[in-house]
Design a protein around this ligand. Structure first.
Ligand code: S3P
Length: 440
């Protein structure tokens, strides 16, 4: 979605200091718009992520006839159409860069009376969709993919769905959520078992919208045939966006930073545990609840990090944080070993390959494995040119690496940072980082 190619120039900066707040949680923002659109009544969302991914989801529902008011930045008022009130659109529904948007929409749209076509940008157009279309087909959905199981998705409406019992082969909250959204339209129960518990925002939010659902770590049972009742959603700050600052303040000497009101749902905070195992000094203060989610102010101080073997049990709880973890590992003394993370290869880019190429370009020793990497930390990080391959989290991670580099780092293809973290450059420079737009 982000048009022209843009680069950043980043270099060693000042210690990170002060207090800051990162934007709203992407996963929760997507779900809030979706459930609000399918509910009866008016849902008010505050703290909504004004990123391209979540705006794309809101636009899709507008195309499907849902009225969404935007009274202020981060505020959405969704006039729910009800479960059966969406109107079909002749236009392609553009999910932009958002895997979450497309996969969850596939579930929700499989149960409609009309046909839909979901498409995305170049990155999303390469991502695997059979993980949702195959189980949806066993529920009675009819969805055609592009060759090789990638977008666009042509969803044939008018199918009566039925609940299934399904053991997910991969730990994926997107797949789980797609099936639950289809399950709203199904006859009978949808019963899902996960190989490892993943973020449970869809389950929690369905319960908040009054839908009968039973769930616990790794399992969920949902009855078809009810209605969603609008409710207000207060979105906490996104831990995945806070992650870049947790790593930056940990590795830049003299840093002491407070990141306010961050969502610390245990299914999201594996990086916190991994960084603490590496010797990081991060304290959670002022723990409280925001919109039914645990939040805290995270106070992080510079500390000497050492390499670790990242426990495989943490992988699903930090799946979006590996680019940042790789930078922490490059700055830590000794070797860090990542295993059991093959899912990284099918994210917005192949995150193992993209991080390995970028770290090598800066002189860091890294060996790729099929499901992870061995990172040799503690040496100097040099200047150089890295390509983010249009992956927002890779771009922000290398901006962090540059803060301890001995030379200037040029980070290519950064426009997609706006998908999850609009204003990153400005917030990062306010905190002390040196980061600017490269002249065009
Ligand atoms: C998400 C689930 C994860 C995560 C993504 C957001 C969600 O994807 O990587 O950024 O909101 O459900 P997978 O389900 O592919 O693991």
């Amino acid at each position: 979605m982000s048009g022209e190619r843009r680069d950043w120039i980043a270099a060693a900066g000042a210690p990170l200091r002060g207090r800051l707040r990162v934007p709203g949680d992407k996963s929760i923002s997507h779900r809030a718009v979706m459930l609000g659109a399918l509910a009866d009544g008016v849902t008010r969302i505050s703290g909504f992520l004004e990123g391209e991914d979540t705006r794309a989801t809101a636009r899709v529902f507008e195309q499907l006839g849902v009225r969404i008011e935007r009274p202020a930045h981060g505020e959405c008022i969704v006039h729910g159409a009800g479960l059966h009130g969406l109107q079909g659109s002749d236009c392609v529904l553009d999910c932009g860069n958002a895997g979450t948007g497309m996969r969850l929409l596939a579930g929700a749209l499989a149960g409609q009376s009309f046909d839909s076509v979901l498409a995305g940008d170049a990155s999303l157009s390469k991502r695997p969709m059979r993980r949702v279309t195959e189980p949806l087909a066993t529920m009675g959905a009819r969805i055609d993919t592009g060759t090789g199981g990638v977008p666009p998705l042509h969803i044939h409406g008018g199918q009566q769905l039925r609940g299934i019992e399904y053991a997910l082969p991969v730990a994926s909250a997107q797949v789980k959520s797609a099936l639950l959204l289809a399950g709203l339209y199904a006859d009978g129960d949808t019963v899902l078992q996960e190989p490892h518990p993943t973020r449970d925002y869809t389950e929690r939010m369905l319960a908040a919208f009054g839908w009968p659902i039973e769930f616990g770590p790794g399992h969920v049972r949902l009855q078809g045939g009810h209605r969603l009742r609008a409710t207000d959603i207060d979105v906490p700050a996104d831990f995945s966006s806070a992650a870049f600052f947790l790593v930056a303040a940990s590795v830049v000497p003299g840093s002491e930073l407070c990141i306010e009101a961050v969502g610390i749902n245990p299914r999201r905070t594996g990086l916190l545990q991994a960084l603490r195992l590496m010797g990081a000094d991060i304290r959670a203060e002022n723990s409280r609840e925001c919109g039914g989610e645990p939040v805290a102010d995270l106070v992080v101080r510079h500390a000497a990090l050492h390499g670790i073997e990242v426990p495989e049990t943490l992988v699903p709880d930090m799946i979006d944080e590996f680019p940042a973890l790789f930078i922490a590992a490059a700055c830590a003394s000794g070797r860090t070993v990542v295993r059991g993370a093959a899912e990284l290869r099918v994210k917005e880019s192949d995150r193992i390959a993209t991080m390995a190429a970028g770290l090598r370009a800066l002189g860091v020793g890294i060996e790729e494995t099929p499901d992870g990497a061995l990172i040799e930390g503690g040496g100097a990080i040099g200047g150089g040119v890295v390509d983010s391959h249009g992956d927002h989290r890779i771009a922000m991670s290398f901006a962090v690496a540059a803060q301890v580099a001995v030379g200037e780092v040029r980070i290519g293809d950064i426009a997609n940072v706006a998908t999850s973290f609009p204003g990153f450059k400005e917030l990062a420079t306010t905190a002390g980082m040196t980061l600017s737009a490269a002249p065009l």
